[in-house]
Design a protein around this ligand. Sequence first.
Ligand SMILES: [Zn+2]
Length: 375
Amino acid sequence: MTCLSSDRRRRARLLMALAAPLLALCLGCPLPAPSDGSPSDGNDAPRLDTSNNSSIADATALTLGTNNELRFTGVIDRAGDIDVYAIGTLSAGDRLTVDVQRLEGNLDPVAAIFDSREYLVAFNDDREPDGSNLNPLIDIVIRGETDVYYVAIIAYPGTRTFGQYQVILKVEFEVGVPAPVTQIVYLHWAGGSNIRIPNVGTFNLRPFSATDVGFPAAQTKALKQRVAQIVKERFPDLRLTVLNSDDHPVPAEPHTTIYFGGNDEYAFAISEQIDTFNQDPSDAAIVFTEGFQGAFRSTPNFEEMAQALGNTAAHELGHLLGLVHTADCEDLMDTSCFNDRILSPQELSTAPLDNSVFPFGYQAALEIVSWLLGY
Ligand SMILES: [Zn+2]
């Protein structure tokens, strides 16, 4: 992504307000450079891109060379251009590395790996989540079924960027499937000063009170407990340990922290990254609890507010486990629905990717998370 880092779960009624600052920020981005369509200027890698490889069915077949490696180029030369390449058959335990570099123009490339069902396996927008390097890098070990896998390249959706790119793709067969790793999640209700969340900001937060979301202070403990329960329920039977700052000290082991507090004009919550395959077990997100009251068409009851906070915290946790946005109101990773939808349970499911992520494909969220955490 070019202009804003990290995820924002937007309040639907503020979408218009969001559009203006996005545009303003994007004015600072480089202008598209015209592409002359000439082949591989100064680069000896073959251009394998064709004008009609825009779907899994029309993918350009790749043939791996020496050491199961291949370097090739392609070009995003028009709005909505999608380049899909068939990597070949891979099995669980095969390591796949896809390194995409912009060669010319202002292209902000996005790379995604799909299986033959068009299910997203891995996704990367920027190799540095702080936006300092926009070239995607994917380095994963296949966990799913033996299947033909695909790499697809687009320009970051919503920004008109164009140009030539190079892909260095490498497969190492049979390195073995890494064992699933339990993830600790620490629900941080206690507030604090100078809380720094990388790529998001630094916050001074008051300890959470139910009064922040319109309920009597006496209900604070019950609300926190219900939210913790909902977060746990969203990852059914998965090896996720949910701790909280009321009952547990800060864990000594690597853990994900979800802070509760503060306000943001445009977002219910922000996570520091989309952590593909949970490669960073020590990341963080913040749920801006003070923005919940008044964000809905009617006044939520206790259970509805607990669901809103719990769905949101679990959604951010999803990003920190590598999940991306979908367009399905029932799905926990949905970004398309109206605000009131989060007042009732949303579940991890198989759902179409949101257009802000990729123009085709699905995310089988429970399958992906089960590869990483195990049952
Ligand atoms: Zn999100």
